[in-house]
Design a protein around this ligand. Structure first.
Ligand code: CAA
Length: 380
């Protein structure tokens, strides 16, 4: 067994780290305050090739692995989780899903533009009444000539404001059991009747956009159906196996930022005549944060490696997300505690980490859904 990174993996991780430290860390607070990502960041991520990290070279991307994506996402999220989730959803839920299920024509018309970031990708499964029970979705697609007419309202769409291509799931057959009658549609921004609705005001990840989508009789031609009709739920679930590895990496990145801030403050802050890091109560917090984050990272890289080998990794992806998101929230909570009252103000980045961390236990499947996936796999 060899845990060493390849030269290529180390190179892309270092590139992402340099970019994150030089360009994202100084902007993260602004993204949070402004409720949007600075326009310049989208272009810079494109210049570095990160929008196309997992898109094959023949479509203009780097053609790198999911393990490489984990390394990059950890670095980016350590600096700014709003940019991190945008990058994760674009690569793991949108571009990878199109690559795996698209026709040659779909891939050649969209992937080159997704690789540069000219077109950002979004994934739209959830609705008001179908969050954890994703297969209960109500958006409907009815056959119309050589395509489909879509109606309904989708929710919680990451990158809704900026995305140029949306993977939208709608019901195409209501006579079969709910998961067997769903289809995935590719809808470009600006399609007639396709409205990007209200933006959510969130507790954290305030720089990233999260919107509603309204489908008013939107026509989608057959050429824009992704994968077989009525196989959309399987596509959605497989995409989430990859997406959950991305969110696990995000959680590790935020958690690492918390650990690093805690170590720094523990050395600087003095009480009772010595640095607080000299007290065992603080040392044990740091030790537990480190152990939990490092074990989550190993789980996450293992799940990513399995996905790169084409192996089924649903259980491993859910285990990685479960461990990483809980380790992240533990780290954020302890980090704030170590900082005391100062951590509860915006004098430090800690309060933002604390708010950003919380979503990792919620989106792309809440923690108990991860447990459900793991337990079902064990009992199958
Ligand atoms: N890969 C491929 N197929 C899969 C699969 C996977 N990982 N998991 C399940 N399937 C298939 C099953 O084999 C089954 O196929 P058949 O009908 O052919 O037998 C079908 O899907 C239905 O599976 P289940 O019976 O397990 O489905 P279920 O209705 O019980 O749901 C669930 C399972 C795990 C609870 C699922 O609904 C789920 O993951 N819920 C959470 C949804 C979620 O994570 N949403 C996040 C949306 S994205 C987001 O957060 C916003 C963002 O942009 C970041």
């Amino acid at each position: 067994m060899n845990f060493a990174l390849t030269e290529e993996q180390a190179m892309v991780r270092d590139m992402a780290r340099d970019f994150a430290e030089a360009e994202l860390m100084p902007l993260a607070r602004k993204h949070d305050d402004d409720g949007c990502i600075d326009e310049s960041v989208f272009a810079k991520v494109g210049e570095l090739g990160l929008w196309g990290l997992t898109i094959p070279e023949e479509y203009g991307g780097f053609g790198m692995t999911n393990v490489a994506l984990c390394l990059v996402l950890e670095e980016i999220n350590r600096a700014c989780a709003s940019v991190g989730v945008t990058l994760s959803v674009h690569n793991s839920l949108a571009a990878s899903t199109l690559l795996k299920n698209g026709t040659d024509e779909q891939k050649s018309s969209w992937l080159p533009r997704m690789a540069t970031g000219e077109v950002l990708g979004a994934y739209s499964l959830s609705e008001a009444a179908s969050g954890s029970d994703a297969a209960a979705l109500k958006a409907v697609a009815v056959r119309d000539g050589d395509g489909w007419r879509l109606n309904g309202t989708k929710l919680w769409v990451t990158t809704g404001k900026q995305a140029g291509l949306f993977l939208v799931y709608a019901r195409t057959d209501s006579t079969v059991s709910k998961a067997k009658g769903i289809t995935c549609f590719l809808i470009p921004k600006g399609a007639e009747g396709f409205v990007v609705g209200k933006s959510e005001k969130k507790t954290g990840l305030r720089g990233s956009s999260t919107t509603e989508l309204v489908l008013n009789n939107v026509f989608v031609p057959d050429s824009m159906v992704l994968g077989p009709v009525n196989r959309g739920f399987h596509i959605a679930m497989d995409a989430l196996d990859g997406g959950r590895i991305g969110i696990a990496s995000q959680a590790i990145g935020i958690g690492r930022a918390c650990l690093e801030a805690s170590v720094k403050y523990s050395k600087e802050r003095e009480q009772f005549g010595r640095a607080i890091g000299q007290f065992q109560a603080i040392q044990w917090k740091l030790a537990d944060m480190s152990a939990r984050l490092d074990s989550a990272r190993l789980m996450t890289h293992n799940a990513a490696w399995m996905r790169d080998q084409g192996q089924a990794c649903g259980r491993q992806a859910s285990q990685a997300k479960l461990l990483a998101s809980t380790a992240c929230n533990f780290a954020a909570d302890e980090c704030l505690q170590i900082h005391g009252g100062a951590g509860y103000t915006d004098d430090f980045e800690v309060e933002r980490y604390f708010r950003d961390a919380r979503i990792t236990e919620i989106y792309e499947g809440v923690t108990d859904i991860q447990r459900m996936v793991i337990a079902r796999s064990l009992l199958a």
